[in-house]
Design a binder for this molecule. Structure first.
Ligand SMILES: [Zn+2]
Length: 427
């Protein structure tokens, strides 16, 4: 079945940091969708025809759905927990909360709530850490599969420095990850990410197992954390005294590649940056989390100049909003503190095509190229009275995007389409 989605259509085909010719904007545009995929994009007048089902989102902007490249599924009820930095925050709030995912029925209920929150905020694909329990990843994959929503996810592997309720063993972590890969990786739109939480919570034996999984499944992503906080770095290096630096731990177990997503990547040494560039390993910027936990200021321009590809992400529940718009808002401010700029075009490129490129999934998501999945978001830059007043003075697309970037949140999301299907109940 075909459907025409009409609106002010915006999509990116190149990085605004690299070229002026980076986006296509159609004032009265339309996206022709068939069986969940984009068939064509163009002016409404060229695509409209008698008898074709259509939905009119004018005067709103229609663009590819947002992609969140680092989020913790079991932390829905941890977000906004007071007063700690990383290691205290994990021990005081996060590990006890993740322990609840052992309970029957908890993970399936949370999975539905999690996916509703993502689409209510305009996010159509997320890269998620699950709890240590196999059933948490099972629950997330099966809920996402039922919605035909692309998830990249994995159960965390962690076998030390946390309460026993959230620990596995090297063998259990391997076996559970392997079973999940076999059931879910490549099933519909689901993809598996091998997920050693971070070096502090994995023994060398477990890191070895993670490396084995990565070698056995080179098509899977690998996700973990790197150099978020100074105390974390010191503790990590004390646990791996032979390592040249933090990245060297992951390197020595064979985890560095363009499938590796390194959450935070803030306090890096020159050797680490050079190795990330050489191996294609991705940095993931988590601005609301980095400010909330007082972790530090990500060096976007420095990493880009060195040739490192970066994603941007919420990191809920260390992050404080599910909104990729609010993530851009805080990201803009962090880069201001570093004397760097985040232009509105670069910002919206980043949360769509840029994150898709970081995941190696730009042939499926993040653009409006024919053949891509019809994962779309419809944005209203006049969603609140304050935004409407500000918009009365906006004259260009870039100004409108910047208002969305700074003032927008879930109230600006009129509708979210996943594989051509509207997901927002109240649009
Ligand atoms: Zn994280």
């Amino acid at each position: 079945m075909q459907q025409l989605i009409r609106g002010r259509v915006l999509g990116f085909h190149a990085d605004p940091n690299d070229t002026q010719d980076n986006h296509r904007y159609l004032e009265d545009g339309a996206i022709l969708v068939e069986d969940g995929r984009i068939l064509a994009v163009g002016d409404y007048a060229d695509l409209a025809r008698e008898g074709l089902a259509e939905i009119d989102h004018r005067p709103h902007l229609v663009m590819p759905g947002f992609i969140d490249t680092h989020i913790h599924f079991p932390q829905l009820q941890v977000i906004a927990s007071w007063g700690a930095q990383l290691l205290d925050w994990l021990n005081t709030y996060t590990f006890p909360e993740e322990a609840r995912f052992r309970q029957q029925g908890h993970a399936p209920a949370m999975a539905e709530a999690f996916l509703d929150l993502l689409t209510d905020h305009g996010t159509t694909t997320a890269v998620a850490f699950c709890s240590v329990h196999k059933q948490s990843a099972e629950a997330l994959f099966s809920a996402a599969h039922a919605r035909n929503m692309a998830m990249v996810a994995g159960k965390v592997m962690m076998d030390r420095n946390a309460p026993p309720e959230v620990l596995d063993t090297p063998r259990q972590g391997y076996d559970d990850s392997k079973a999940l890969i076999e059931s879910w990786h490549g099933k519909g739109r689901q993809r598996y990410a091998i997920t050693p939480r971070f070096a502090i919570t994995s023994t060398p034996e477990q890191m070895e197992m993670a490396g084995t999984l990565a070698r056995e499944h080179p098509d899977c992503h690998v996700q973990t954390h790197l150099s978020e906080n100074r105390d974390e770095i010191d503790f990590t290096l004390s646990l791996y005294p032979q390592a040249r630096d933090y990245l060297d731990i992951y390197e020595s177990y064979g985890l560095l590649s363009d499938k590796l997503l390194l959450g935070h990547s803030i306090h890096l040494r020159p050797r680490e940056i050079a190795r990330m560039a050489e191996t294609g390993s991705r940095a993931v910027f988590c601005p609301t989390s980095n400010l909330f936990l007082g972790s530090g200021l990500f060096d976007e321009a420095g990493l880009r100049a060195a040739g490192v590809v970066s994603g941007i992400a919420t990191d809920v529940g260390g992050g404080t909003s599910y909104s990729m718009l609010q993530t851009l808002n805080e990201g803009y401010k962090i880069l201001q503190l570093r004397g760097q700029k985040l232009t509105p075009l670069s910002a919206f490129h980043w949360i769509t095509r840029g994150n898709a490129l970081a995941l190696g999934m730009a042939d499926q998501i993040g653009t409006l190229e024919p053949g891509s999945m019809a994962d779309l978001v419809v944005l209203d830059a006049r969603a609140t009275p304050a935004m409407a007043l500000r918009m009365d003075r906006a004259e260009t697309l870039e100004q409108e995007l910047f208002i969305l970037q700074i003032m927008g949140d879930d109230r600006s999301i009129c509708q979210t389409y996943v594989a051509g299907k509207p997901m927002k109940k109240h649009s």
